[in-house]
Design a protein around this ligand. Structure first.
Ligand code: XMP
Length: 514
């Protein structure tokens, strides 16, 4: 493993992902972890991330004692570069001039990292402090106009540092530098591949679950689908999946789970048709928060009932495990596996009742979303499942502005299906993060169709691009695609006589309308 020591940068996750792109496993650890604990994880290399603090700030995060004595090759990035310089006897200074954004470094000595590369390279900088003098034993490998030590290394001792951000795509040769450090500087081998990940995870689940039984809630989303497929490979019929059809799904989604997913995995599926129940609970409700609460509450009840049934059926062999599709970012954000992670995992199930005590199986908890998709493909799941857009738990319930009814759901389902179909036909599925279609059910607008006046409803198209849903931009869909969607929706979907496009970024808008 490669440990990415997090100094509070938004970049730590990105660094970890890039390391994995070099086919080397990486984990993020807090900078407060003692060096001995780091060593216990047997790291092949350590990367010190950037961070917002100045090394001179009072509460600046410090390098764990003894980290530079572990004998593990270490690469400092930005703040990590500065703490390395400071700890090993170099000097770090405050500068009047900050260096933010694109810059050009000049390679002053090739060393291990820059060997054979162009002398001038574009890089991404984000700093104010800078290393003015490298520690004894180091060679300065790069500089910029304002940063005398933009790169330094001491290959003998296995220490490397750069002031810029190699993990950011704007840094021209960033990935290559990282690769050099990993392969040449630290002797890592590129063995983190999907085949290995799949095999190792399957083996780990087998060991954890043994001959016991497990259940898994399927949401129709990518994460639970991949988790279930993987556990199914590991323990076969000892797994039962529960799929709650709450009637707020998109067209063909329930069938996709019931047919395609089962066909691809051979999993035991327990489907609960709870459509009536959800419609009844949502009857007349217009407030978004109230909708969410009702849907969440009903979901837990239905899931709990199903779980009890399955547990009951299997009285001879109790169900001990609950499979969850928790991803690595959830684990990191809730404390990097330092105990706090469990709170989040329970939260993910929507708070299962205490009297249903399960041990958790979380086979994806070391993976990023793109890795989960690749793993899904490796496990033979169909692309329609693997490349699905994220879809909110409350489903179409929060894409109908106004009260939810069966009729309105059917209208929205038809419009949404057309939009998705045309997006796929235009080959844009992987560029668009999400494409909600929203029914303004309480708004009516006048139109003319045939020779008559219509008085129908508008729908809003909300295609967005995003990396992680925290921020998003409205997608500039080609006009001809928009036009096709508009024509088809107004022609084919009853009661819709107007199609609009939402051109708000997030912030200030959210992706969903409710
Ligand atoms: P917003 O609308 O807040 O959404 O920009 C960000 C992302 O989260 C999804 N979303 C939800 N997912 N339960 C979920 O599982 C929810 O209640 C929920 N609300 C929003 C949304 O689709 C987008 O991907």
């Amino acid at each position: 493993t490669v440990l990415v020591v997090d100094f509070g940068a938004q970049y730590a996750q990105l660094i970890a992902r890039r390391v994995r792109e070099c086919h080397v496993f990486s984990e993020i650890v807090p900078s407060t972890m003692p060096a001995a604990e780091m060593l216990a994880r047997k790291p092949k290399a350590i990367i010190l991330s950037g961070g917002p603090a100045s090394v001179y700030a009072e509460d600046a995060p410090v390098v764990p004692d003894g980290l530079f004595d572990l004998g593990v090759p270490t690469f400092g990035i930005c703040y990590g570069h500065q703490v390395m310089a400071q700890a090993l006897g170099g000097t770090v200074e405050n500068s009047e001039v900050a260096e933010y954004g694109g810059a050009t470094v000049a390679v002053t000595a090739p060393g291990v990292l820059f060997r054979g590369m162009p002398v001038h390279q574009s890089v991404w900088m984000s700093h104010r402090d800078f290393v003015s003098q490298a520690p004894a034993g180091f060679t300065v490998t790069a500089m910029t106009d304002v940063t005398p030590v933009a790169g330094m290394e001491d290959p003998e001792r296995g220490f490397y540092g750069v002031q810029f951000h190699p993990e950011v795509l704007h840094t021209e040769h960033g990935l290559e530098l990282l690769r050099r450090f990993l392969y040449e500087g630290a002797g890592c081998r590129p063995n983190w591949t999907m085949v290995n990940i799949a095999e190792e995870s399957i083996e780990a689940v087998r060991t954890q679950v043994g001959g016991k039984r497990a259940i898994c809630g399927l949401s129709g989303g990518v994460d639970s689908a991949v988790a279930a497929a993987l556990v199914q490979r590991a323990i076969g019929d000892q797994l039962t999946c529960v799929f709650v059809d709450h009637g707020l799904l998109r067209k063909g989604e329930a069938e996709q789970v019931e047919k395609d997913f089962v066909a691809a995995t051979g999993v035991n599926l327990h489907v609960v048709d709870a459509q009536e129940r959800f419609l009844a609970a949502l009857d007349g409700v217009t407030d978004p928060e109230e909708k969410r609460k009702i849907i969440g509450r009903e979901f837990i009840r239905v899931f709990e009932e199903a779980a009890r049934e399955i547990v009951g059926e299997a009285a001879a062999e109790p169900v001990e495990f609950l499979v969850q599709g928790t991803l690595y970012p959830d684990v990191v954000e809730s404390g990097g596996g330092t105990g706090a992670a469990n709170i989040k995992s329970h939260h993910n199930v929507g708070g299962l009742p205490d009297d249903l005590q399960f041990k958790l199986v979380e086979p994806l908890r070391t993976l990023f979303k793109d890795e989960v998709r690749a793993l899904g493909e490796q496990l033979g799941l169909p692309p329609e499942i693997v490349w699905r857009q994220p879809f909110p738990g409350p489903g179409l319930g929060i894409r109908i502005i106004g009260a939810v009814s069966k009729e309105r759901l059917d209208i929205l389902r038809d419009a949404d299906a057309i939009a998705r179909e045309e997006l796929t036909r235009a080959g844009l599925d992987r560029e668009i993060w999400q494409f909600p279609v929203v029914l303004l059910a309480d708004v009516r607008s006048v139109g003319v169709q045939g020779d008559g006046r219509t008085y129908g409803h508008p729908v809003v198209l909300r295609p967005v691009t995003s990396e992680d849903a925290m921020t998003a931009d409205w997608a500039r869909l080609p006009y001809d695609v928009l036009q096709k969607i508009s024509t088809r929706i107004t022609n084919e979907v009853r009661d819709i006589n107007r199609v609009t496009v939402d051109i708000t970024s997030k912030p200030p808008g959210t992706i969903e309308w409710e």
